[in-house]
Design a protein around this ligand. Structure first.
Ligand code: SF4
Ligand code: SF4
Length: 151
């Protein structure tokens, strides 16, 4: 499936300082008020779609959905919940169709898709900050470790 246009988040792990601003920004973007200041970190419903993990050298590595050209999660999804938009390139999950079988979780080579932390019944993944042109995590990164490419 040819993608005519689209956005992609690029990662330069050498610039990442592990501040986790990107994770906080992602969590805040998916709350009602979208405010980092008002973010309740003890509320399990507040769930980031991106992760910072230590690499083999102990340095932080940003892990984000790549919205892959040939997404393994879309191929693995049996309910049709996971789809790739042929025009924008975005890989998205329709939570109304998600059956909670976790085939997407198991098939993603980056381990980016997680079960929701409240009920554990639907997949939670990056939605490219629906409605925003510049993703919130990219905007929040102080070092340029994550940037957006427009194709
Ligand atoms: S693009 Fe938006 S939804 Fe995706 S990881 Fe960044 S902040 Fe989260
Ligand atoms: S905001 Fe940027 S520097 Fe901070 S953890 Fe995220 S990617 Fe790394």
């Amino acid at each position: 499936m040819a993608v005519k246009q689209g956005r992609r988040i690029l990662i330069n792990k050498d610039l990442c300082q592990g501040c986790k601003n990107c994770q906080l920004a992602c969590m805040a973007e998916h709350t009602g008020n979208k405010s980092v200041l008002l973010l309740d970190l003890e509320n399990r419903a507040n769930q980031a779609r991106n992760f910072i993990e230590p690499g083999n050298d102990g340095k932080p590595v940003p892990i984000l959905c790549r919205h892959c050209d040939d997404p393994a999660c879309v191929t693995a999804c049996m309910s049709g919940a996971m789809t790739k938009n042929p025009y924008t390139g975005e890989v998205s999950c329709d939570i109304n169709k998600c059956a909670g079988c976790w085939m997407c979780v198991m098939s993603c080579p980056f381990g980016i898709i997680q079960p929701d932390r409240v009920n554990g019944t639907r997949a939670v993944k990056c939605d490219f900050c629906a409605g925003r042109h510049i993703p919130r995590c990219v905007e929040a990164c102080p070092t340029g470790a994550i940037t957006m490419e427009q194709r």
